[in-house]
Design a protein around this ligand. Sequence first.
Ligand code: UDP
Length: 370
Amino acid sequence: MYNYLIIGSGLYGAIFAHEAKKAGKSVLVVDKRPNIGGNIYTEKVEGINVHKYGAHIFHTNNKKVWDYVNQFAEFNRFTNSPVANYKGELYSLPFNMYTFNKMWGVVTPEEAATKIEDQRKEITGEPQNLEEQAISLVGRDIYEKLIKGYTEKQWGRDCKDLPSFIIKRLPVRLTFDNNYFNALYQGIPVGGYTKMVENMLDGIEVRLNIDYLKHKEELDAIAEKVIYTGPIDAYFNFCLGTLEYRSVRFENELLDIPNYQGNAAVNYTDRETPWTRIIEHKWFEFGKDENGNDLPKTVISREYSSEWKNGDEPYYPVNDEKNSLLYAEYKKLADSEQNVIFGGRLGEYKYYDMDAVIASSLKMAKRELN
Ligand code: UDP
């Protein structure tokens, strides 16, 4: 009999497993994929750590979380500075003086502020949706060229039908600073995320290729308590209806050239280009292998966003009103479920960043293991 059966070897599950083992508990982790790590899994191709389920850049303001993850990996100095490609015009992200200069030819922060001030006037009162929020942050020109197309491709919904908080993630700065995140600590684990998760799971029994929901009865019978990090609606057999997710399809290509786009991420912000962004993985580690040598080839991934349907991988919860209400109903079922704890992006239907997942798993572990 195990003390804990953990469903899913992503960050939430791996961290709880680590903490439980440290507290002297017996732990079994199962995952339906052939690999550990959930969506932060990286795989080496031609010396390049490829982010198989989408680019992950670790960033946080939480020193405790930062110190915590540093036990499992050394982080490099990568700073996320994506470039936006709008019909061949390139803009710096996030929105900063480089962006405003290219968009309007303004040179000083004061000129940029005046331009934004002028354009945001069309929104009066509290922004009611993502479109209004975006225009009130940066004005209509930037909204049209750098936000509208990208957002509608990513979410498959009109910007007027999306919640404003999604765009509040992006900073707006009147300085020449292309750092995408407002975070004190940032980087990519040297050697890849998979190695970091392996370190978290060191000495812990992990069974891969096991679909918990298909073997629920027999698995439940061998543990006192379950930590479930899969989709909450699937756990309850979709009895109240399906929660919506966005899925992503990756088209990966290995190219026999050293440099495809000169940056880790290029966002395609027009509506016509079918992909949302292209990731060139080697630039997360400065184009070098572990010995500091330049890598001769490159791997790129085009990302296509789509509505999730049964059988796809769920990536992003769609936290609009309809789905939030449905989640609240599932949450009630989850709360009344004996001996099961629901956690993580899918278990809590929440657009968590990695650092928030870690904080949440640690908080739960503290409560649970004391
Ligand atoms: N966004 C945008 N244009 C960009 C990048 C982001 O309009 O070039 C908006 C879009 O609505 C997106 C949100 O900002 O959903 C958050 O972007 P972020 O990069 O944080 O998303 P993630 O990396 O989690 O996919």
